[in-house]
Ligand binder design. Structure first.
Ligand code: C2E
Ligand code: MG
Ligand code: MG
Length: 379
């Protein structure tokens, strides 16, 4: 920085740089890009090589604001945009960000309220064994029931929850509520299937996650083997060392682990081998085109073969037709999930489904052993 510039630490890992007397916006972009590169360089402390991935947002006087508050607010919005673009980059403020920022703020406020007022709920989607009848597991899927907007799907609020830190309390609620529900089903005599829960990247970074899960198991009288955690491929590959560490702890407790949406991110196969996982969930985009698209069919076949070679089971996601089911069964896929068998169901409907689809052996008097299961729908 020049002598006339100001560098300040706002707190935590947030810093502000004030550049005086710039000739053009372009100069600001060039300078901040230099800052990003310098901060992003590797450095050594006590023999450890460290590096950081800074995100920088830029606002320019008088273009983006006439006073310090506005300039700071807009630089902040630009910085969030930089983070959302994958960190380690620089973004200039643009007015559209203001709209995005205030919409994010609105959703954030309403989401916090939804959590307090218990407007979040879980639906459960069955996972079936290769016979297409026996219930092997259920996946807990969160929904937000808004008094005005109705049912809001997770894709619209989980990313915001992640960005704002609300994923902490929301994730904790999902663990608590799904465990409570599984215990209630067990008490009602419904057993033989596990509960799968989706974990976000942020949750995986929480140090006390293994303890949180162990305590919830104890509280509800469940064993670790009843629980499976799903993490997406990109989450698993993002921060390998700390992820592996947390996953190992969970695995040592007996928790089952699955990679979600497999095939959509980029995986290092050598890294995959290091992860203490038991299952891969084949992304539904490949399943969707499995009959029409020979590439997708090849990807499904290769993924299943690869997984089996690594000693993993494969869950096919998004199975919608019996042709897809037959195709995947030919390929020796282990488990199946999708609208063909059932949409995600509320707890009562899932209990009825579970009663009709008991795992083979647990109910010798099973009434119906022919054909495909009923396609129960909650709409
Ligand atoms: P996911 O974990 O891959 O979940 C599967 C999604 O596919 C669900 O969408 C499910 O309703 C949908 N699906 C299932 N079968 C079919 C099918 O046959 N065809 C089609 N077209 N879709 C099918 P949903 O419930 O909207 O969830 C979307 C994503 O939101 C989930 O993807 C998951 O990544 C995330 N999510 C859901 N609940 C939670 C949660 O409690 N915590 C976190 N962190 N993420 C969650
Ligand atoms: Mg999932
Ligand atoms: Mg998935």
């Amino acid at each position: 920085m020049r002598d006339s510039d100001v560098v300040a630490r706002l707190g935590g890992d947030e810093f502000v740089i004030v550049l005086n007397r710039l000739d053009a916006a372009q100069t600001a972009a060039t300078l901040t890009e230099k800052v990003r590169q310098r901060i992003g360089e590797r450095y050594e402390i006590d023999g450890h090589i460290l590096h950081t991935t800074p995100s920088l947002g830029v606002s320019i006087f008088p273009l983006d604001g006439a006073d310090a508050d506005t300039l700071m607010k807009n630089a902040d919005a630009a910085m969030y945009h930089a983070k959302a673009e994958g960190r380690d980059n620089v973004q200039l403020f643009n007015p559209r960000l203001n709209e995005a920022a205030s919409s994010r703020l609105r959703i954030q406020t309403r989401l916090r309220e939804a959590l307090e007022k218990r407007r979040l709920l879980l639906h459960y989607q069955p996972q079936l064994a290769a016979d297409g009848r026996s219930l092997a597991g259920v996946e807990a899927l969160i929904r937000w029931l808004d008094p005005d907007e109705g049912m809001i799907p997770p894709d619209r609020f989980i990313p915001i929850a992640e960005e704002t830190g609300l994923i902490g309390p929301i994730g904790a609620w999902v663990i608590e509520e799904s465990f409570r529900q599984l215990a209630q089903w067990r008490a009602a005599g419904l057993s033989g299937f596990r509960m799968s829960i989706n974990l976000s990247a942020q949750q995986l970074r929480l140090r006390d996650l293994p303890r949180q899960i162990a305590e919830a198991c104890t509280r509800h009288g469940l064993s670790a083997g009843d629980i499976e955690l799903e993490i997406t491929e990109s989450t698993a590959m993002r921060d390998p060392e700390s992820t592996i560490d947390t996953l190992r702890q969970l695995r040592e407790m007996g928790i089952e682990l699955a990679i979600d949406d497999f095939g959509t991110g980029y995986s290092s196969l050598s890294y995959l081998k290091l992860l203490p996982i038991g299952r891969l969930k084949l992304d539904r985009s490949f399943v969707h085109e499995i009959e029409a698209n020979t590439n997708d069919a090849a990807i499904c076949a290769a993924t299943i073969a690869l997984a089996h070679n690594l000693g993993l089971e494969v869950v096919a996601e998004g199975v919608e037709t019996s042709a897809q089911f037959d195709f995947l069964r030919e390929l020796d896929c282990d488990l199946f999930q999708g609208y063909l068998f059932s949409r995600p169901l509320d707890a009562d409907a899932l209990a009825r489904f579970a009663a009709r689809h008991r795992a083979t052996g647990t109910d010798p008097a099973r009434e119906d052993t022919t054909g495909l299961p009923l396609n129960e729908q909650t709409g």
